[in-house]
Design a protein around this ligand. Sequence first.
Ligand code: UT7
Length: 343
Amino acid sequence: MSERVLPVGILGTGIYVPERVLTNRDLERMVDTSDEWIRTRTGIRERHIVADHEAASDLAILAARQAIQDAGISVEEIDLIVVATNSPDMLFPATACLVQHALGAKKAGAFDVQAGCTGFIYALACGGQFVATGAAKAVLVIGTEALSRLVNWQDRNTCVLFGDGAGAVVIGPVPEGYGILATRLGSEGAGGPLLSLPAGLSRCPASPETVANNQHFIHMHGREVFKFAVKVMEESCLEVLQAAGLAPEQLDFLIPHQANIRIIEAAAKRLDLPLERVWINVDRYGNTSAASIPVALHEALQAGRIRDGDHVVLVAFGAGLTWGATLLRWYDHHQQPFEKGDG
Ligand code: UT7
């Protein structure tokens, strides 16, 4: 089988977070918790929460418009939209189709990917295949969450952790030697019960009992997920570096999933990476699940922390259980205008 493999890179980024901010102090008035506990156990100070009229697609659309503008392309050029989310507007139609319609991306195919908090890494890998084979030139990849809708606001084990937001990227062909150098996707379904939303679909349809038993909310065994997270963050980072023939010290910048500052710090320590080379925003947004990587990437770029030619790893873990990492050699298309198709 012959297959063209073109180098694939990120050509534009955008984010949107809802206006409403919920602080730890606000949470103190809602459940038996404290600002001190939340800060020291998670690193979170505040998170953004959707307004009554907002859902995951609304956040995605705003992030997507910014990414498209940043990439300097028109909406009509988008061939495919892949949305990673665990809090879609509804089961179907896919959130990607709602985004496609709102943007007016007339020629784009559209579908959702669900891989827990690793969703964006999976969606990027998926969209990247279409660009690599030449089947698509511009793919919009979005991570968006309105998880505050799926959280039990009486469960202190989970409600202090999550936040809402969206991040989007446009991917397309880049010059040889740039872009995605390696991807690692992993899963361990045996750990599924550690992080789940059990009811409302074919296994356990919605009923008065499922509602009474809080089965439409997120359930999590935090401590077990924590241990798993530290292990797979380190391992998958090392795996993508090795796959590209790079030594660990050649990693310039890390964009980790933002679930808990202690997980990020432990992973950085194991990788012997100083925290100045890691983007951290869990303090301001909490865990935005599939949105956390593209939001962090956008902020790191805006802050000038990632330069042309840098080796950057995006790494995440989440429900499934799943994990994944993407290694990129950063292509700064703002600095190096590149005609699509030249790659
Ligand atoms: O994106 C993937 C999603 N999930 C994650 O990444 C979660 C990974 N796990 C974690 O981040 C941490 O395990 C948590 C932040 C969830 C919990 O931290 P921990 O240090 O593992 O605490 P713990 O679950 O072992 O609980 C310690 C204590 C418990 O009390 P007892 O049983 O020792 O008396 C909890 O009931 O802390 C209690 N606790 C709280 N106390 C005040 C749990 N949540 C809270 C809270 N406020 N919000």
